[in-house]
Write a protein that binds this ligand. Structure first.
Ligand SMILES: [Zn+2]
Ligand SMILES: [Zn+2]
Length: 236
């Protein structure tokens, strides 16, 4: 997508039509989603990684057995149904105006948290992929979120490896591969960073980013994604 199209696709009649079903909205609605369109809310989640867990678990299988480098991660929705479709439309359909709706939900999560953060950042995209797609959806969501919560936005990381589908690898390889994929742009001594992405699946990508930021001196990395997966022990 070229730069001009990226700008045009940021605009959508906010507050006039539902971004899920396209029906007219008649009431003030900062998410631009009508009352008939329910997204898959992430209600029962792991206190560490924020992934959806079963009724009887507190910490998920992954956090119980392995853990993560980030301080805490949260996501308002499960990566299923309408919420998943919205991510696809943003990521592959170029419907960039959806970032504003997503950022509104992330702002709610941020306000619910007790996190102190210095600035907002995002999971970077490799330059090759960026050239193909024309935008980084994580950055666009992060920009909208930073505006809403009134925090600075900072580009903190570079993606140095053009990879891959981490989910295909075994856990150890997946996390090692992710760790080698990112480097910090500068030092962030004792900074507390809020890292934004569209989806958290295994947590390998956000962990790779976190490790690079911790190496650069950063104190805490908090993660917000629009969707998260259900933690499935068979993946580990
Ligand atoms: Zn709707
Ligand atoms: Zn967990």
């Amino acid at each position: 997508m070229d730069a001009k199209k990226v700008v045009i696709n940021m605009f959508y009649p906010q507050n006039i039509k539902c971004v899920v079903c396209g029906k007219d909205l008649f009431e003030e609605n900062r998410y631009s989603i009508c009352s008939g369109c329910l997204l898959e809310a992430n209600i029962r989640f792991c206190p560490k990684c924020g992934r959806a867990v079963g009724a009887t678990t507190t910490y998920c299988y992954d956090c119980t057995n392995y853990g993560h480098s980030f301080t805490q991660a949260r996501a308002p929705f499960i990566y299923e149904g309408s919420a998943k479709k919205l991510v696809y439309r943003l990521k592959y359909g170029g419907q960039l105006y959806l970032a504003r709706t997503m950022a509104q939900y992330l702002a709610d999560e941020y306000y619910k948290s007790k996190w102190y953060i210095d600035f907002v950042s995002f999971v970077p995209m490799h330059i090759k992929r960026f050239k193909k797609r024309g935008y980084n959806q994580a950055k666009i969501i992060a920009e909208e979120l930073a505006k809403i919560i009134d925090k600075p936005l900072k580009e903190t990381l570079t993606r140095i490896k053009y990879s891959t589908n981490f989910a295909r690898l075994a856990r150890k390889e997946r996390f090692a591969e992710a760790e080698e994929s990112f480097v910090a742009i500068e030092k962030y001594k004792n900074k507390s960073i809020l890292l934004v992405d569209d989806v958290l699946t295994t947590g390998a990508t956000t962990d790779g980013c976190t490790k690079a930021l911790l190496k650069a001196g950063c104190g805490d990395v908090y993660v917000l994604t629009f969707c998260t997966s259900v933690c499935k022990p068979e993946l580990y």
